[in-house]
Design a protein around this ligand. Structure first.
Ligand code: LIP
Length: 258
């Protein structure tokens, strides 16, 4: 199996899904509530997930499929699995905030080996295969070598994870004592490719799902960055966990020390 060939086919499929986002018929009817405060899903999340499930099944039939909008999430720790967020940044999509993307990660024995993230608003296709570098469209991308005092710090949290908010805003406030600024963009996948492309130095979030980070993990690593949980350990692709994607020079420890 040539993962570069798989990646190119996935890029074409993800681009089609991005066009569905751009041509969405915006109405209240497209929005459903999920469990938890201000947690939403739209008919487009579900439509695009169905497109991806069908298309990925044709590209790599032997790979399992784990999608954010599945009723039940079954994680195969062995073999190949696509881990998919049909629209990452759903709340942004609902508000037409124009910071959302389609994210498809491929893991092998729970190790991210291929990632594709498409931002239809900027027409930027971020992609990587393990060992082959990271790209935005056809241009190779790389993290910066900047420390915290010259860093743009990205972070995430969620209205439905009330118990996580104090720590994450404390870290953001501490960052501001040294960094050049902070941002909360609302899409983990786009935050991760911003780090990979050298547009920011670090992104962290205390509770995130596998589909938000599976693709970004391989793209950041192939761009020379570091991807761990917020304690410096392995990220979790079998359930919730924290995330820290950085250039390896700006660190959570630097922020904690501010
Ligand atoms: C979103 C993440 C974001 C997080 C949001 C939400 P979704 O994913 O990308 O980083 O802060 O709470 O989880 O739900 O839009 O696919």
């Amino acid at each position: 199996m040539d993962l570069s060939v798989v990646k190119n086919k996935v890029c074409a499929l993800v681009r089609e899904c991005g066009m569905v986002m751009l041509n969405a018929d915006r109405s209240e009817a497209m929005i459903d509530a999920k469990s938890g405060h201000q947690n939403f899903v739209t008919t487009y999340d579900k439509m695009i997930q169905d497109m991806l499930k069908e298309g990925l099944g044709k590209i790599l039939p032997e790979a399992a499929f784990v999608g954010e909008e599945d009723e039940i999430h079954s994680y195969a720790s062995k073999g190949l699995a696509f881990i998919v967020d049909p629209i990452d940044g759903t709340t942004n999509f609902i508000k037409d905030y124009k910071r959302s993307c389609v994210s498809v990660g491929l893991v092998e024995d729970n190790e991210p080996v291929m990632g594709v993230i498409f931002n239809p608003y900027t027409d930027e296709m971020f992609s990587a295969v393990k060992g082959e570098g990271a790209f935005c469209n056809d241009k190779q991308i790389h993290v910066t070598d900047q420390p915290l005092d010259n860093a743009l710090v990205l972070f995430g949290t969620a209205p439905y994870y009330e118990d996580m908010q104090t720590r994450v805003f404390e870290l953001a406030q501490k960052s501001l004592r040294k960094c050049i600024d902070v941002r909360r963009g609302g899409s983990a996948a786009l935050d991760m490719v911003d780090v990979a492309a050298g547009r920011a130095e670090i992104y962290f979030e205390p509770r995130i799902c596998p589909w938000d980070i599976a693709a970004g993990a391989v793209i950041v690593r192939e761009a020379g960055g570091v991807v761990t949980n917020m304690d410096g350990g392995e990220i979790s692709l079998g359930g919730y966990g924290s995330i820290c994607a950085s250039n390896g020079v700006t660190t959570i420890a630097d922020i904690e020390a501010c």
